[in-house]
Design a protein. Structure first.
Length: 237
């Protein structure tokens, strides 16, 4: 007996301002339609999750892909993760700056690497070696986020707190999807550009610096191994 497919999509858990509600609703509906089209045609849960998240990464409304929050130096840095419930394998990328759809890079890691997580230039190199074209970081930056960063930096310089990620309007605008396909397999994925405050602080800026120490590991076979213990750590972390 075949399973009735299910798809859940979210475009960020936060108090969305009134003037952005419609664009978020429209974006989530388009992502839902893209993922459901895959499931409706008998496609896998992984393919449905990827299709839905790619749709949101391509939509400037969301903090994922083009239009994401900027780092202190005005660049976009992206993270994404996918997990396959059938095999309990996971794949992810972090701190990538030249990949338009990081969820697709995460899928490459899941499908074509024995490892779980690649970061920064190592992740970009892995994606490119597996057929994914790279883009210029400038192609991911939009005027709205340049203005947002400028305002945040002006507040910081004046000694005023930046409340974008504090209080009732706190934004955690990561996008994601969970799918159950007709074969009973479940998959999940998430993609994000991070938070503006987090990316302005040293912890986020150090992603590329850390890669200078670790960039070779993806090719030397020393990242986190792709086994069940690693998956539990990734999902819970």
């Amino acid at each position: 007996m075949r399973q009735l497919p299910v798809l859940v999509v979210h475009g960020g858990a936060w108090a969305i301002p009134d003037d952005m509600v419609q664009s978020h609703l429209s974006g989530v509906q388009k992502a839902l339609a893209a993922g459901w089209h895959v499931l409706e045609g008998g496609g896998s849960a992984l393919d449905a999750v990827e299709a839905a998240i790619v749709c949101m990464e391509d939509d400037e409304t969301f903090d994922a892909g083009r239009g994401s929050f900027l780092t202190r130096d005005g660049r976009v840095q992206l993270d994404a993760l996918m997990m396959d419930g059938d095999t309990l394998r996971a794949g992810g990328v972090g701190c990538v700056e030249r990949i338009r759809n990081p969820i697709q890079a995460a899928r490459l890691v899941l499908d074509q690497s024995p490892h779980v997580y690649f970061v920064a230039e190592g992740a970009e190199r892995f994606a490119q070696e597996h057929g994914m074209p790279l883009c210029r970081n400038e192609e991911l930056v939009i005027d709205r986020e340049i203005k947002r960063l400028k305002e945040a930096q002006e507040k910081e310089a004046a000694g005023h707190p930046d409340l974008i990620f504090a209080g009732p309007q706190s934004s955690h605008d990561t996008v994601g999807a969970v799918a159950l396909d007709a074969n009973g397999n479940i998959a999940a994925g998430t993609s994000t550009g991070g938070t503006l405050t987090g990316r302005r602080r040293q912890g986020r800026r150090s992603c590329r610096d850390a890669d200078a120490r670790a960039r070779g590991r993806a090719h030397e076979g020393r990242p986190v191994p792709n086994d069940s213990r690693a998956h539990r750590a990734v999902v819970r972390g």
